[in-house]
Design a protein around this ligand. Sequence first.
Ligand SMILES: [Ca+2]
Ligand SMILES: [Ca+2]
Ligand SMILES: [Ca+2]
Length: 289
Amino acid sequence: MNRQIIVAALALPVAAGVSPAQTDWGNALSFDGINDAAIVADAPLMPTGNAPYTAEMWVLVRSYRSYANGYNGFVWSVGDEGHGRLTTIVVVNHNIGLTHWNPDWDTGVPLPLCTWTHIATTWDGAVQRLFVNGSEVWSAGASPFDLRAGSVTFGKHDNYDDYYLDGLIDEVRIWDVARSPAEIAGAWDRTVDPGSPNLVAYWNFDEPSGDQFLDLAGGQDGLLHGAVRVQSPVPCVADYNHDCAVNTLDVLAFLNGWVAHDPHADINGDGTINTLDVLAFLNAWAAGC
Ligand SMILES: [Ca+2]
Ligand SMILES: [Ca+2]
Ligand SMILES: [Ca+2]
């Protein structure tokens, strides 16, 4: 198969005024689900009281670990359990969970394995919202919070050496405003200027080496506790069966899906399933992702 011909055939003009989505995300942090974490000991710029905020990040779950109460791993958390805290993002019952100690929400929104997923959550003082890959998918009201700043923990529970995440995290951004749906839709698939107004923390994990990871916006630097840097993968359509590997099983899975008109077989995202999707899939598969 001549990849260059395929690439040429698939080249489509980008709409004027719309910049292409980011493809190079530098490094991500990888957590082994056993004892890896990354911790900012003190993050004083985290929103407090009932202040509005936005927390967003890329997450890829490699396996669902089994912990008490249906938890499959903690992605990130702020402060101490039992004291109001910024929304903790967890994996629970294979779904995205948002927990504050009280309330603890299983949003029912699936977080599929081996799928690079952008998660954003906003709090406007009364309503918590969840956005996946730039689109709002869930919301719920809650009583005013009494958030406190404190440490920030990635990859495990903030109070216990437990609830470890088996997966990847990248491009963590915390804002001291509830970003609008339009703002989230406009920036979820690209990096932002570290000097952006209202951006109070920006951890992109792109340091080349060392145990320290930097907050590009607020200087709230942290330390790796076992987590390792890996090249951050882009969403990989070639891993059609979502087992974190690209091999012939994916070709079979794709072709079966394509014949059955599985919506996921719309590889090029144009709303129809046709031979262009076969070309797009094979092109991605030949490229390794
Ligand atoms: Ca990165
Ligand atoms: Ca696969
Ligand atoms: Ca298509």
